[in-house]
Design a protein around this ligand. Structure first.
Ligand code: PLP
Length: 300
């Protein structure tokens, strides 16, 4: 199987991605007991690295994991992975697993937390050349894991709800999925937040979702562009008469959703508000207030 070219940091060493291996006794593998974050590097610059690291540290602390390095140490590891990978546009992931417990103890406090990082080529949920076509999404009856069970603000690998949702979507002729919560309202999709636009007002779910960093960028940019943004429960009915719907993710930025359950959203192409936010989002990638070059971190 061919793997993407990249560099990993594991067991305190930098290795080619194909040599990065974890123990099958790691709780991260056996129980999805881990947190992670993904930041992207665009044209040699990390975008909102501070926000991603803040979220990673916060996630780790919420689930009783301890980072074995300090913040500057983590930044250096991420920059080193990226630089060694040779990619100017990269998908950079940091993972903290519960690790292995000596003698396979069932007490998670015995495990030695393990930091793994890697940089591979930037990957798109929706490649730019397909933007005009947009995403064709089903709204599944499969319920998103409730926030009372697994806190979605802790970025996690409990993805069986999403993966089963994807199979549900494929069976219904769509290529991606949005899950609902216990009240039937929209939550999010596998790796993305969702926004619905009607009469120039943008709404996004505020509960039962990861607080995406791209979502945050969109909320800020909407404010700067003078657009109204509501963070609240969003119903499925609102998608039916929506003017625009879009998804947000570090893996691709802002992506128009042009079909819901096989029906076109409005006229079935990317809308004006989505386009304005998308352009502003990518412009922000060269702004030093939001981005830092890989080389600058390595020189520190
Ligand atoms: N929701 C989920 C469940 C995710 O896994 C992700 C990212 O992977 C997102 C939303 C989008 O978050 P971000 O914009 O920080 O990439």
């Amino acid at each position: 199987m061919s793997l993407p070219l990249g560099t990993a940091y594991i067991n305190q060493e930098f290795v080619p991605i194909e040599e990065a291996k974890i123990s099958i006794l790691d709780w991260g593998f056996l129980r999805s007991d881990a947190t992670y974050d993904v930041v992207h590097v665009w044209k040699g610059r990390f975008f909102r690295l501070d926000s991603h690291i803040d979220r990673f540290i916060e996630s780790a602390s919420r689930i009783h994991l301890t980072l074995p390095v300090d913040r500057p140490g983590l930044e250096k590891i991420l920059a080193e992975c990226t630089s060694r990978s040779g990619h100017d546009n990269a998908y950079v992931e940091m993972i903290l697993t519960r690790g292995v417990s000596p003698a396979f103890s069932r007490d998670p406090r015995d495990a030695e937390n393990q930091l793994i990082c890697f940089a591979i080529p930037f990957g798109w949920i929706l490649p730019p050349e397909d933007r005009h076509r947009g995403l064709a999404v089903a709204i599944s009856d499969i319920q998103r894991i409730p926030p009372e069970s697994v806190d979605p603000r802790v970025k996690n690998y409990h993805w069986l709800d999403f993966v089963m949702g994807l199979y549900d979507a494929f069976a219904r002729g769509s290529t991606n999925v949005i899950l609902r919560d216990g009240s039937g309202n929209l939550t999010e999709g596998p790796g993305f937040n969702v926004f619905v636009v009607k009469n120039k007002v943008i709404a996004t779910p505020n509960r039962g979702v990861l607080e995406g960093i791209t979502r945050r960028s969109v909320i800020e940019l909407a404010g700067e562009l003078g657009l109204t943004m509501e963070q609240r429960a969003v119903t499925v009915d609102e998608t039916l008469g929506a003017d625009e719907i879009f998804a947000t993710s570090t893996a691709g930025g802002i992506m128009p959703i042009t079909k819901i359950d096989n029906l076109p959203v409005s006229d079935g192409v990317m809308g004006d508000i989505t386009k304005r936010l998308l352009d502003a989002y990518w412009d922000r990638h060269v702004d030093p207030q939001f981005s830092i070059s890989v080389a600058e971190i390595l020189c520190r």
